[in-house]
Write a protein that binds this ligand. Structure first.
Ligand SMILES: Cc1cc2nc3c(=O)[nH]c(=O)nc-3n(C[C@H](O)[C@H](O)[C@H](O)COP(=O)(O)OP(=O)(O)OC[C@H]3O[C@@H](n4cnc5c(N)ncnc54)[C@H](O)[C@@H]3O)c2cc1C
Length: 327
């Protein structure tokens, strides 16, 4: 029986939302195609995450447990993925598309002799694997096809919904033997610095409040951060807002920043330049706040508020606080 395998990423002690989205889509295909659904977790204590995966209807969970997997380092992650691939022999291996995934996908494909469809928005299986891939700053959607199995595919967050299975299974647990000599590492990760702005990880966030050049000073920045805090949202920014020095570069959304696809994206003082839209067009609901009624952001917005953000944000914050207080 063929196997479709999903790589589950762990962040903040749980499977990432984008991993569960990929898993849900792969389960749908596995059920339709009559293949086995497998998942793999690479983590020093991978076993701890089995419980969280049980509702997703997985037949087999491959675990690679080693202390070197506590952080993402290309060499051990690549070796661990290769070990899982050899153990599971999947026809399809699906990954959430992240910077870390991009770093290892090509090398893994070369090692296991697979085709790769990287960073796709949607994919399907059949005689071949077909995918839709946003290119040229998402202005064009390319149809891509891998005509021979096995295939590795990485999928952008936000296209599919993460949904537990109606009939949860008791998965078979497979411990994959893995040895890695840390002395052979040619690169080490000494420290991960997290920005002071925004407590929620942008690429995993369900709600994002993003600031543009219209947010012109510290008072505006505080309004954006307060709104984000009240909504439990992540803070993002356009390149112009970052170049103005108000937000760190790690928060940039767009062609040369992060690609996000939250359920709700609130664009505050952002014009909607194509390079920004390339990073957020996949958001499910877009609310734009802009004083210019002709700003291009309104062309893609679900809801538009025309007005001065310095007047609108205090009203929004007040209203959200009132609703949360139940009055
Ligand atoms: C190769 C390349 C890559 C790029 N990559 C990126 C990228 O990854 N991400 C990105 O964001 N940009 C990127 N850019 C830059 C991009 O082209 C735009 O310049 C940028 O997105 C503009 O940011 P903005 O919308 O915040 O600013 P602006 O275009 O200046 O828009 C500001 C908006 O705020 C509104 N406004 C002003 N004051 C108020 C107020 N008080 N209340 C309400 N609204 C107000 C204005 O009406 C205006 O619409 C890239 C450019 C290039 C050439």
């Amino acid at each position: 029986m063929n196997t479709y395998l999903c790589h589950i990423l762990i962040q903040q002690d749980r499977p990432t939302r984008s991993s569960l989205e990929v898993l849900t889509r792969t389960r749908e295909l596995a059920r339709r195609d009559g293949t086995r659904l497998a998942a793999c977790v690479l983590h020093p204590e991978a076993e701890r995450f089995v419980e969280a995966l049980k509702p997703y209807g997985i037949d087999q969970i491959y675990l690679v447990q080693h202390p070197v997997l506590s952080q993402h380092l290309n060499a051990p992650v690549l070796a661990a993925l290769e070990a899982v691939f050899q153990a599971a022999q999947p026809t399809l291996m699906a990954f959430p598309s992240t910077e870390a995934t991009k770093d290892v996908l090509g090398a893994l494909a070369a090692r296991v002799g697979a085709a790769v469809l990287p960073d796709v928005a949607a994919f399907d299986t059949g005689a071949s694997v077909t995918a839709t891939r946003p290119v040229m700053a998402a202005r064009v959607l390319a149809d891509a096809e891998a005509s021979e199995y096995p295939v590795l595919v990485s999928i952008r967050a936000g296209t599919y919904n993460a949904q537990p299975d109606e009939t949860p299974t008791e998965p078979e647990i497979v411990q994959v033997p893995f040895t890695f000599d840390p002395d052979t590492l040619r690169a080490t990760l000494r420290e991960v610095l997290t920005g002071t702005t925004g407590q929620v990880d942008l690429s995993e966030a369900d709600v994002i409040v993003a600031a543009g050049r219209g947010v012109r000073d510290e008072a505006g920045k505080q309004l954006v951060e307060t709104l984000a805090r009240e909504l439990g949202a992540a803070v993002g920014a356009s390149r112009a807002a970052i170049e103005a020095g108000l937000f760190p570069a790690s928060l940039q959304i767009g062609q040369t920043g992060k690609v996000v696809s939250p359920t709700l994206y609130i664009a505050v003082g952002i014009s909607g330049a194509i390079q920004h839209v390339a990073g957020m067009a996949g958001s499910k609901v877009i609310v734009a706040i802009n004083k210019d009624p002709d700003a291009p952001i309104f062309n893609i917005a679900t809801y538009g508020i025309v007005g001065d953000l310095y007047q609108i944000l205090p009203l929004l914050i007040e209203e959200i606080r009132r609703i949360k207080a139940g009055s």
